[in-house]
Design a protein around this ligand. Sequence first.
Ligand code: ZN
Length: 360
Amino acid sequence: MPFSEVLGHARPLGLLSRSIARGSLPPSLLFTGPEGVGKRLVAQAVAEALNCLSPVGASTEACATGTLVAPAIGVAPASVPADLPFDACGACAACKRIAKGTYPDVLRPGASDTGVIKIEPVREVVAAAAYRPFEGRRRVIIIDDADRLNADAQDALLKSLEEPGASSVFILVSARPETLLPTIRSRCARMRFGRLSAAEVTRVLVERHGMDPDEAHAIAAVADGSPGRALEAGSKAYREARTAALAALRTAAKASSPRARLQAATGLTAGKPTSAGEREELATRITMLASLLRDVALVSQGGDPAELANGDLAADLEELGAAFGSERALQAFAAADRAISALRRNASPKVVAAWLSVHM
Ligand SMILES: [Zn+2]
């Protein structure tokens, strides 16, 4: 996928495109940022830009290696945007094979069954990096979830990161870079990727994954800026969590005494038997609850229905808005936020659910 088709991340994409255009791309890169925001996709876009057979824009690097003809100086093709001066076409044989994972000059050392990236696959890519690419201009070694490299594998990488072969680029991708050896981190140019906006997540879900727009909008509101997280959770799981959160809100709305409100807690905690699963499921439900409460507050203040995260539940939200009122909805929203923090700090799911139900 070319840079121009990646949603969000304007800053890192611009930096990468400009440095490829100037021929100054650092040979060792570390892409960091939350899980599921598109770091891996951008690593692939770099590989495509470096090896595309008919790239958009001029690259001094590509011209220097003799694989591309230099355009007339000062004449940039009309289709090149200023912020992305160099990009892959996304359609040539090289781009297509890179996207499919069958291009011989893009290497990805794999993890073992236990999820650890051991020294053997790293040794193989390190050896390959010393030679010229088979058919492309640059060999690109993408190490996804680089924090899974064990200590030996990281040691084996060090020298290559410091002095990679002239035609090789290493891209380490990690959501947990602090677990990498400091010597690894210091040898790589770091690029930070942020969370996407809810609107961008919605676009990814609808345009790339064919999700129903209303559903995508609702999921995006609670996906924490990560299309990957939204997809991984799966729309069915999210729908179930939202249904449970809605039921808990209805119970809380009707309940007048704290004892009756505790009833709402049982609806929230009816989760998986294991404690890890229970914690995760409760966190998802409370996140849904917070999203619904924000909508309830909006409805009871007479806000714009277009701004609702859960627009498909407009009738339910109206009903809850009348029962809660905006002040109580906002207080409950704040309580949900505190409950999620408490869960992250390892508080007991049952205690958190009970506390929340009496505070909403
Ligand atoms: Zn191409």
